[in-house]
Design a protein around this ligand. Structure first.
Ligand code: 1DF
Ligand code: MN
Length: 351
């Protein structure tokens, strides 16, 4: 794999990367305070204890790149042929912050900061709104402000909020705001909550290697089985990492879900309008972040449809030029590749 990576569409498509992270100094300082004073959950101790304090090349480089929305990031995009980046505040955003006012302030200032950089680089950067789901009504307002005043094109929530998942009725204002603004929700991974993380942490599997996917796949599955898409039939939920394993599991999920519904094994497991695979094919968008692997990408295109698979790099956590080439060299027609790299993002994010 040697071809030169250039922006500008020389291969017949632009490259739009859809899960790209940034951080604010304020956010990271609060994480470090929480790690020090013991208010961080075990996942944050593990994740941000590492990125915030490790002297390793990975940690120091990731942290430096997260905080930059300036020339270095643009240069890295140029060097790897990334035309546009869909940017979101890195996980877990303001969600673990225990002081509500502090959490909302961090989210709002991050949104303002991102909006400024998007305005300064309108052809390169697109923003997603960050929220503080601990306050669902405030988050709904911030989603509307992001869509209507800041020019953002979606909303990113980093899985659970202090152990709570978005299927709880109290989070409904967030879904109302997504419906009113017609924006997709990106459920980005976070480390699992304390109730789930134990055995993973012992094995070093709590982070992006596996814990992220278990946590986030379960979150989306729980939303599906509790009927989110029957309540909001037009809602689109994005997930990264090739669908956090759900597409691969779809057959078994449907078999066992239907068996559970028929036998009335769980009082709250109700029949749904569609199969789980059916929702994956009508309400879920999947990105290739962290999964630059041709068999997985082809599988997704086959199972959930080529209109629903979107390219993502996951800068700066997985900044690997050869992974862009893997996408370029996929053995699919140019029309399919153009959907993957460019037009699916334009369509679903209304760019
Ligand atoms: C990592 C990976 C961290 C991803 C992330 O956010 C993240 C990591 C804190 O490698 O520790 O977004 N990722 O999506 O793969
Ligand atoms: Mn990510």
């Amino acid at each position: 794999m040697t071809h030169e990576l250039k922006t500008g569409g020389d291969r017949g498509y632009l490259r739009i990367a859809t899960e790209e992270a940034f951080a604010t100094r304020e956010q990271v300082d609060i994480y470090l305070r929480m790690v020090r004073d013991g208010t961080a959950d075990r996942g944050m101790q593990s994740l941000w204890g590492f990125y915030g304090t490790s002297p390793s090349a990975r940690a120091t480089q990731v942290l430096e790149r997260l905080m930059d929305l300036g020339p270095t990031r643009l240069q890295h995009m140029d060097e790897t042929g990334i035309d546009r980046a869909i940017l979101a505040l890195t996980a877990p955003g303001a969600q673990p912050m225990l002081d509500l006012e502090e959490a909302k302030g961090v989210a709002q200032r991050a949104n303002d900061y991102l909006a400024e950089h998007c305005k300064a680089n309108p052809t390169r950067y697109v923003g997603m709104t960050t929220v503080a789901p601990q306050d669902p009504d405030w988050s709904a307002q911030e989603i509307r402000r992001g869509a209507r005043e800041l020019g953002f094109k979606g909303v990113q929530i980093n899985s659970h909020t202090q152990g709570e998942y978005l299927d709880l009725p109290k989070f409904d204002p967030i879904f109302r705001a997504l419906a009113d603004t017609g924006q997709p929700l990106y459920i980005h991974p976070s480390t699992p909550p304390d109730a789930m993380i134990g055995p993973m942490l012992e094995a070093g599997l709590d982070g992006a290697i596996f814990g992220f996917g278990v946590e986030t796949g379960m979150h989306l599955l729980k939303l599906i089985t509790t009927g989110i898409f029957d309540r909001y039939p037009d809602l689109q939920i994005m997930v990264g990492h090739a669908g956090e394993a759900l597409p691969y599991w779809a057959y078994r999920l449907d078999y066992m879900h239907q068996a559970g519904v028929r036998s009335k094994r769980y009082a709250h497991m109700k029949p749904l309008n569609k199969t789980i695979l059916g929702y994956l094919q009508s309400n879920v968008l999947v990105t290739t972040s962290g999964m630059a692997w041709a068999p997985a990408i082809r599988f997704l295109q086959q199972v959930i449809g080529e209109d629903r698979v979107l390219y993502a790099m996951d800068y700066p956590y997985q900044f690997e030029p050869d992974e862009v080439r893997v996408h370029d060299l996929l053995d699919v027609p140019l029309s399919t590749k153009k959907k993957l790299m460019q037009t699916n993002a334009e369509r679903w994010l209304r760019l």
